[in-house]
Design a protein around this ligand. Structure first.
Ligand SMILES: Cc1cc2nc3c(=O)[nH]c(=O)nc-3n(C[C@H](O)[C@H](O)[C@H](O)COP(=O)(O)OP(=O)(O)OC[C@H]3O[C@@H](n4cnc5c(N)ncnc54)[C@H](O)[C@@H]3O)c2cc1C
Length: 465
């Protein structure tokens, strides 16, 4: 009998396999895709272009306790852009530099307010990230970090007193990563954590793409003799080998179908309460020149938020929350070839972007994203050499853990951050030796591996003790 069977190979499931195999346990991984890595896959398209299929920018990769134990920072080369994110506006651009002081200096009369918003967060960043990612009950054990997060969350919801269009847009843009109505407590809390990272470790980009992160973990697994079975879609737990524990990197609904009546009634109720989230529709471009931003400092940013003013973002997110396509949706864009020459042939440039859309959307966002870039970078369209469009439904079809393109596998609201799916010290434990530890569970979306790490450490203390 195996010690553990792991279904899926996203960051959370690789974290399970890594933690258990490192402890000397016998583990097998099953992945439906030919390629390991889930949302960390980098694939090849067009004329041998490399692009991140999912995640591209990694605020949590250097800060996550799991990736710290992998010693990721020593094993993958990261570039940390001097500008974590930028927000072009009709009148110029606002930039969140890695340095909070430099950001404040650019924001003029809002500078002091910006420092008041982020100061408590950046002072406490390590405790904050550990508390926010480890378990829903671990933040109260770090009272100073918890108080800083609570203060920044409330300030964020109330707009932090910011008066300039630039500062307001910077805040709404970072909060917008959660894909949901604003202002809202859950989105504001998640935005506060991303902001703390933006002004400390930065928002790094791995050389070679996100696959480089997956490859380090997979390399360890192979060395430790973990069996990695790809091209195998798991429909039922009955089809899996006998094991002392099972760990699933699936959506909540899919998990219930696979494990049927092995879930405890309380856990089943928690999963049934989980509200689905909205989605992303993605476009990759290869161009003959860097994006000709009207404000050149935008070209220094690892991530760019395109959606006009704070009120424009709120309106667009509200449309999507109502299940409609926004005319000018929130767009997140990265320009990886600015920092990493390995993605496309010399002289070419790569752009990765997605727009927020209703879950399950099949409407391509290519023209919407092209228009948005062109608005702030006239001439961009003339540089396009190749385009790949992946709509939200196609994202969900390639990876059912992101149903209909919902990469969070469930809306990110305050209730669904704390009770994802239940408010417990080990919110991944679904039954006897049975764990769900995808983004559908605490701490939710992002490449941090912490749902898997938490589940594996719980299993080491209980099932495998
Ligand atoms: C376009 C896009 C952009 C993103 N950008 C970022 C970013 O810049 N930074 C960031 O931190 N995050 C980003 N994310 C989110 C991030 O990718 C996810 O939050 C993260 O990958 C979730 O990890 P996971 O381990 O829970 O699951 P996933 O990475 O989704 O992996 C799940 C795996 O399980 C497999 N699987 C599912 N069901 C079965 C089954 N029944 N049988 C076998 N295998 C199965 C899937 O094929 C997949 O490989 C982005 C996502 C997308 C789609």
């Amino acid at each position: 009998m195996l010690d553990a069977v792991v279904v899926g190979s996203g960051p959370n499931r690789l974290a399970v396999a890594w933690t258990l195999a490192q402890a000397g346990l016998d583990v097998e991984v099953f992945e439906r895709d030919p390629q390991l890595g889930g949302g960390m896959r980098t694939d090849t398209w067009g004329d041998n272009y490399r692009a991140d299929w999912g995640s591209a920018v990694h605020p949590m990769a250097l800060a996550s306790p799991f990736f710290k134990s992998v010693r990721l920072a020593d094993r993958v080369e990261f570039v940390v852009p001097e500008a974590s994110f930028a927000h072009p506006l009709p009148t110029g651009a606002a930039v969140a530099w890695q340095s909070a002081q430099r950001t404040a200096a650019d924001l003029g009369r809002d500078g002091r307010r910006w420092l008041r918003l982020v100061g408590g967060l950046t002072n406490q960043v390590e405790a904050l990230v550990e508390g926010a990612l480890t378990s829903p009950l671990s933040l109260p054990a770090r009272p100073i970090a918890a108080a800083s997060l609570a203060a920044a969350t409330l300030q964020g919801v109330m707009g932090a007193g910011l008066r300039s269009l630039g500062a307001q847009a910077l805040l709404a843009g970072v909060v917008g990563h959660t894909i949901g109505r604003q202002p809202a407590l859950g989105a504001s809390a998640a935005g506060a954590v991303l902001l703390a990272l933006a002004h400390t470790v930065g928002w790094p980009i791995p050389i070679g793409g996100s696959q480089a992160i997956a490859d380090v973990v997979v390399g360890d697994l192979r060395r430790w003799g973990v069996r990695l079975t790809t091209d195998t879609h798991v429909d039922s737990i009955e089809d899996l080998p006998q094991a002392r524990a099972y760990f699933f990197d699936t959506s909540a609904r899919h998990f219930l179908q696979i494990v049927a009546d092995r879930v405890t009634p309380g856990y089943r109720r928690g999963l049934a309460r989980l509200r689905a989230g909205n989605a992303v529709s993605k476009v990759d471009f290869v161009t003959s020149a860097p994006i000709p931003w009207r404000s050149p400092e935008v070209g220094l940013a690892g991530s760019v938020h395109l959606c006009g003013t704070r009120e424009d973002i709120w309106r667009a997110e509200d449309e999507v929350a109502r299940g409609r396509h926004a005319e000018r949706p929130m767009i997140v864009l990265s320009q990886p070839s600015t920092f990493d020459g390995t993605r496309v042939p010399e002289g070419m440039h790569s752009i990765w972007a997605y727009a927020h859309v209703p879950a399950g959307s099949t409407v391509p966002q290519t023209a919407v994203i092209e228009d948005a870039i062109e608005r702030y970078a006239p001439g961009f369209r003339d540089t396009i050499l190749a385009v790949r469009t992946t709509n939200a439904a196609q994202i969900g079809a390639r990876n059912p853990t992101m149903p209909g393109g919902d990469f969070a596998s469930g809306a990110v609201t305050l209730r669904q951050i704390l009770a994802r799916p239940n408010l417990r010290r080990a919110p991944w434990l679904a039954g006897d030796g049975l764990y769900l530890c995808s983004t559908a569970t605490f701490p939710g979306p992002g490449v941090h591996g912490m749902a898997g790490y938490g589940a594996a450490r719980h299993a080491l203390r209980s099932t495998f003790a």
